[in-house]
Write a protein that binds this ligand. Structure first.
Ligand code: CA
Length: 227
């Protein structure tokens, strides 16, 4: 956020009370917010406004719920997505992460907490790695920290922002067995209060996208190691 233009966020939420509250907090923090109250309008807004981040409610009215919007977005964009899920929507959370959401917040949530998540994700997406043109290799996988790009056999692979962060962290710590907790702290941040299964969901996505040439081992009882 070094520039003078405010960072743009698209908020897709059908509950006007929640939407206005989140909007207020984000604006107070200097973000520019565009709101949509259904999935179709949300997708159109993302297309028109090219936001830096999307906040997406899972339970939206109409044909396209939040999971559908997430899937649709990931078809052409790696914009960071934070999902808003219902308290007992465990399935929604897992599905959301599998579809490439970067994080989720469970309702009811404190707007302050959500803003903290937004900042953490934008910090990562903007990244301290910018301007450091380091390329790490693991098996057939190249991790280009400068371009924030993963390549397999020279071909770029589309990863969600958090998937790339996880891959970069593993690559920076090649040869070390890392616990799920270490990965959560290193990639999601110390203030992230989440389930360790989040790591497994993202690892599954990385394995699926990077294929057999991705030398990641599961270390039983510990976590993961990139060789
Ligand atoms: Ca809703």
């Amino acid at each position: 956020m070094a520039g003078s233009d405010p960072t743009t966020i698209v908020l897709i939420e059908d509950d006007p009370n929640i939407a206005d509250l989140v909007d207020l907090y984000l604006r107070n923090d200097g973000y520019r917010v565009y709101q949509a109250n259904n999935g179709e309008a949300g997708l159109a807004l993302v297309r028109d406004r090219a936001p830096k981040l999307v906040i997406l409610d899972v339970g939206l009215p109409g044909q396209l719920d939040g999971l559908g919007v997430c899937r649709e977005l990931r078809g052409h964009s790696d914009v960071p997505i934070i999902m808003l899920t219902a308290r007992d929507g465990e399935v929604d959370r897992v599905l959301g992460l599998e579809m490439g959401a970067d994080d989720y917040v469970t309702k009811p949530f404190s707007p302050r907490e959500l803003v903290a998540r937004v900042k953490a994700i934008l910090r990562r997406a903007d990244g301290p790695t910018r301007g450091a043109p380091t390329v790490l290799a693991a098996g057939e996988v190249e991790v280009d920290l400068g371009r924030r790009e993963a390549r397999v056999g020279g071909d770029p692979v589309a990863l969600a922002a958090r998937e790339f962060d996880l891959l970069a962290y593993l690559a920076e710590n090649r040869g070390l067995a890392l616990s799920r907790r270490q990965l959560l702290d290193g990639v999601w941040g110390l203030d992230w209060i989440g389930d360790e299964r989040t790591v497994d969901v993202h690892v599954r996505q990385l394995r699926k996208k990077l294929g057999d040439g991705f030398p990641l081992s599961t270390v039983w009882g510990v976590g993961y190691r990139l060789d």
